[in-house]
Design a protein around this ligand. Sequence first.
Ligand SMILES: [Zn+2]
Length: 87
Amino acid sequence: MRKGDTGFRLCVSCRTFKRQEELLRVTKTDAGYIWQPEPTVHGRSAYVCRKACCIERMRSRRLLNRSFKASVPDEVYEAVPVEENHE
Ligand SMILES: [Zn+2]
């Protein structure tokens, strides 16, 4: 199933390799940036941990801009599809 792929991806925030299921994926497509696209959607992707600390750092440092070498709109940062816990 893995086709030689290790299944590990780099978090843009903490720069740690994680299993894909621990990460959120955002893909740049012709229609814009899509969080958690269908596996059939191809394009340049970036990954971030499903953890508030990584997501916050990604937002505050605009780390997707660096990954995509582009100016990623604020709404993409705001649209991170994670349920943030109120602890
Ligand atoms: Zn991380």
